[in-house]
Design a protein around this ligand. Sequence first.
Ligand SMILES: [Fe+2]
Ligand SMILES: [Fe+2]
Length: 260
Amino acid sequence: MKILALGDVSGSCGVVAVEKVLRKLKLEKNADFVIVNGENSSERGGMERSSVKRLFEAGADVVTGGNHSLRNKDIYSMLEENPMLLRPLNYGDSCRGAGYVIAHTSYGRVLIMNVIGQIFMDPADSPFTAVDRLLNGLKDRYDFAIADFHGEATSEKAAFARHYDGRIHIVFGTHTHVQTSDARIFKDGTGFITDIGMCGADDSILGVRSEAVIGRMVSRTPERFLNADGDARVDGAVFTLDPSTKRVVNAESFSVYTDR
Ligand SMILES: [Fe+2]
Ligand SMILES: [Fe+2]
């Protein structure tokens, strides 16, 4: 079973890039299931119904989120209506929507969860406590488990992946918008990468117009962060999971580029 994951989609430039490449990418990589992090897919920041809808139409099976998931009220009803759209699991039970879904595939029942980190991030419940509770509660209701760990600190993502080695079969990081070159397989079979990167304007700072970010940092001018445009990169990873052993046998990252 091949799982394809795409990093944080940044603004309409990122959405258009995903629309352009995902179908082809899916065929090329022989992907059975696609997870896309859509937390920044709205042009006004965060996510919105129309941007998430476009990601599903482009080929995403599940759209995950992060610290920007709830920024636009427009997305709230969709979080409640569409089980394939996730927000962080450890935002707690009072938060709209759900942090996990069990998808039925030809290989079996796949549990997908979206978890958010606590280090250098806004307050959230412990990802470990929330995930322990989830896994214990779902025990025999899934065959494979996948986590999108949305976090800033590399150590926290690695600790999470190693702690759940062999129990969560694929762990990939999102949020930093910068892809790491550490795709690997742990001893009990979990496939891991610290961060899969971003889908958005290549000539940018993390998808945002460089001048705005530099302005804030250099002259302390309160510039508005507008999404950059132009040629785009689509970063992600592909994990090959052997359904009989429940071990990842291959984990690799990729980046593809599309013209404006
Ligand atoms: Fe992001
Ligand atoms: Fe984020």
